[in-house]
Design a protein around this ligand. Sequence first.
Ligand code: FE2
Ligand code: FE2
Length: 147
Amino acid sequence: MSNTPEFPWSDRYLLGYNPIDDTHREFVDCVDALLRASDDQVGAALEAFARHAEAHFAQEDGWMTEGEFPARDCHIDEHAKVMASVREVQELVAQGNYEIARELAHALIDWFPGHADYMDSALATWMVNKSHKGRPLVLRRKEHIQE
Ligand SMILES: [Fe+2]
Ligand SMILES: [Fe+2]
């Protein structure tokens, strides 16, 4: 496996909410590792990607569900579709079809920028606004103490 990334991180993927940005850096690293894995590494690289994707999507789904994020259904649905493809590809890789894992990596590279721009960016903005709205609670508590 060469050390040069084929799917390098770019700051144009930054959405301004650190927990999402950190997860997205990890996504890029996992997909890149999958793309560059040799045949004997591909099963492990795919397993690592699947674990990442499960946690990544569960985190975003959790924020949307707990916070009643508007129009969350199509975002959650898109995560589920990607996860279903990952599971299918894992089965094929287990049967010795390693090339399909590289096809998946390329498909993920095509998918990610659009998903991040249209879906994750809306969630990132919403999470940032939510944490700003949390501040007045601190002020209210101070007022309460002064009473
Ligand atoms: Fe994401
Ligand atoms: Fe997402």
